[in-house]
Design a binder for this molecule. Sequence first.
Ligand SMILES: *Cc1c(COP(=O)(O)O)cnc(C)c1O
Length: 361
Amino acid sequence: MARAVLLNPGPVTLSARVRAALTAGDWCHREPEFAALVRDLNAGLAAVYEPLAQDYEAVTFAGSGSAAVEGMLGAFAPDDGATLVVANGVYGERMARMLSALGKPHHVAAHDWLAAPVTAQIAAWLDREPGITHIAMIHHETTTGRLNDVAAVGRLCRARGVTLLLDAVSSFGAEAIEGADWNLGALAGTANKCLHGVPGLSFVLGRRNLWRGPAPRPRSVYLDLRAYHAAEHGDGFAPFTLPVQVAFALREALAEFDAGGGWRARHAAFRQRARFVHRVLTAHGVSTLLPVDEYSVVLWSYRLPAGRSYQHLHDGLKADGFVIYAGQGRLAADIFRVAHMGDITGDDLARLEAALGRLLA
Ligand SMILES: *Cc1c(COP(=O)(O)O)cnc(C)c1O
């Protein structure tokens, strides 16, 4: 197989410069140059969004995006209040499972996977349960591709003095994010989705006063992000070994991201790819699962064409070098997903159009 083009929601097709960064050298993670690199990464991550640049601080640590979400809930979901989880897909439901496993008080505003969170219902939860001090929600729910209306929930959080904890794992770097306007306490992200790094490092951005304020009892030694915060913002050394080469790649990916125009440019590039793929699939009679204006720019879900299995579509595309993604859970039999992240060229898209033409003709 020649070039592999990943159309799954991370890991992504790497740019040549990010791939080359993996071989930048053999470094010890306890040497000052590595501490400086980690400080640079944390500063670079905090600078991605202007509204977060002043008041939020990042910690970077080893793990996939779920480790960042679980670490964020461990560090910021309260014991002396309660968290309302807004769930409309696999990832929202996973946050509720994490809070159960962590033994933290929570409620779940459960929605159908095809439904948008209803802000009025979330407000009613806050009226009914005055103990709710935090809302945990997914920004881009990758289960369907829906961009949840975090702005509406964030305004509610701000009006009610409720702290927002956001899973931005599949939106960070490609969708708009506000800080104070949403009363954002913290968000979780990862290196290997919209930022175009390699898997192995994730991060949490938290409001400075919350990192330094009263802490819930840690449930984990390894995933105690407040210990990472104290260490990385102290002498710069994380408490445990970080994947050094993955850090090189993230540094390069952030440099490429900044040089390319930051999150707005990436948003525009992903949107263009989304529209291209949508046009091609529509021409072959394939329809979207959600109304198109409800999607993020990062990933869209499509109904499997009548009489074609996911396996047929997947295997046919893979033979041509493209990897698509299946639906999860009860959607597995009905949909496929196409993500728009990674170093994808116009030539790749033209070849994708031809491959889909052969397969769906
Ligand atoms: C990818 C993703 C995660 C993390 O998944 P991992 O497999 O742990 O990297 C979390 N939340 C959302 C919304 C995601 O898309």
